[in-house]
Design a protein around this ligand. Structure first.
Ligand code: NAD
Ligand code: AHE
Ligand code: ZN
Length: 368
């Protein structure tokens, strides 16, 4: 079939909206009509050529929601008409990682996914006879896409696509980092570095679990109002203080119980770790750093009890946890609507990237 898609032909070049060819689902695969997709900073990072796994040409997008249109042979867990969220972290429930119960990082198809291919080693997308790579196993910047069934979470049908799509990355990543990765306890003092589409979800997760101080740090003063809107109690703009770490230590009487990096900046990651309380403070890295960057601190920071951890997709097991997060939204336990600051048609997708780089949006959603 033909489908409209925004194709990343080259790094650092705007996406081009073209009609691409899409092959139907093979064994264990599902054809999904994408109804809406968010634009996450990770899409921009790959498009900007900063991803060591970046492949061009490819169809980016990994924060979608849609409807099952066709199932391939052997598919048992979804059927035509089901509403689904594509999962860049699948859940096969059979691999060593899934069975360990120690991680959400299913490894069953990670190798081919990282190469922009379906599990059988081929791509379903092509343009003028040339293969186009899948992205994070999702490629939600295409109106139709093919995914393995283990990479689809079935969600309730009354959830609006243009909000539910955000659960496919940003909401789950932020809220899950609090509930699954850090397991923040009520009364904790916490710091969130970077108040964008991920950081604000960390803030609402912290508010939900009953954190005490929720300190937000951002170089963009406009983010103060946004942070307070979701439960932030204090704001620091690093440009207006001489030492962010000292300021956090002062505000928290010795350091934070939990800190979260939602910037992808390795210098900020160090500040986040060093803002932790001696003896027990935990810092969670969520931000994705550009290829070649490394983190550093004095080992003494860890010797004296601070803990450095990472979180991918909020530690969520996609098929099991994502439908529950959609329920939380539908039940009013978490908010999504106010964070979706812009909605565009696919033709205007490049505007979403511009607004993100200008710091003028929280989340842009593309509606097909
Ligand atoms: P965003 O652009 O919406 O937000 C980033 C925020 O960080 C902005 O408000 C910006 O002003 C702020 N910022 C930038 N530099 C800063 C600095 N030096 N100090 C303080 N604040 C600073 O991006 P997003 O969509 O929220 O994504 C945030 C990061 O999380 C990205 O690196 C993205 O790739 C990553 N991410 C990771 C996962 C995961 O599973 N680990 C999932 C989604 C996104
Ligand atoms: N490809 C990058 C790593 C990118 C990365 O860390 N991605 C996160 C999700 S970001 C979503 O917006 C993730 O889940 N990572 C786990 C995984 O298996 O990719 C690189 O450095 O090569
Ligand atoms: Zn993302």
């Amino acid at each position: 079939m033909k489908t409209r898609a925004a194709v990343a032909f080259e790094a650092k070049r705007p996406l081009e909206i073209v009609e691409v060819d899409l092959e139907g689902p093979r064994w264990g695969e599902v054809l999904v009509e994408i109804k809406a997709t968010g634009v996450c900073h990770t899409d921009a990072y790959t498009l900007d050529g900063l991803d060591s796994e970046g492949i061009f040409p490819s169809i980016l997008g990994h924060e979608g929601a849609g409807v099952v249109v066709e199932v391939g042979p052997g598919v048992t867990s979804v059927e035509v008409g089901d509403h689904v969220i594509p999962l860049y972290t699948p859940e096969c429930r059979q691999c060593k990682s899934c069975l360990s119960r120690k991680t959400n990082l299913c490894t069953s198809i990670r190798a081919t996914q990282g190469k922009g291919l379906m599990p059988d080693g081929t791509s379903r997308f092509s343009y003028k006879g040339q293969a186009i790579a899948h992205y994070m196993g999702c490629s939600t910047f295409s109106n139709y896409t093919v995914l393995p069934e283990i990479a689809l979470a079935k969600i309730r049908k009354d959830a609006p696509f243009d909000k539910a799509c955000y659960v496919g990355c940003g909401v789950t990543t932020g809220v899950g980092a609090v509930t699954n990765t850090a397991k923040v306890t009520p009364g904790s003092n916490c710091v969130v570095f970077g108040l964008g589409g991920i950081g604000l979800n960390v803030i609402q997760g912290l508010k939900m679990v009953g954190a005490d101080k929720i300190i937000g740090v951002d170089i963009n003063n406009d983010k103060e109002e946004w942070g307070r809107r979701f439960g932030m109690t204090d704001f620091i703009n690093p440009k207006t203080v001489s030492d962010v770490v000292a300021e956090v230590v002062r505000l928290t009487d010795g350091g934070a119980d939990y800190t979260f990096d939602c910037t992808g900046n390795t210098d900020v990651m160090r500040q986040a770790l060093e803002s932790c309380h001696r003896g027990w403070g935990e810092s969670i890295i969520i931000g994705v750093a550009e290829a070649g960057k490394e983190i550093a601190t004095r080992p003494f920071q860890l010797v004296t009890g601070r803990v450095w951890k990472g979180s991918a997709f909020g530690g969520a097991r996609g098929r099991t946890d994502t439908p529950k997060i959609v329920d939380w939204y539908m039940d009013g336990k978490i908010e999504i609507d106010p964070m979706i600051t812009h909605t565009f048609a696919l033709e205007d997708i490049n505007k979403a990237f511009d607004l993100m780089h200008e710091g003028k949006s929280i989340r842009s959603v593309i509606v097909f």
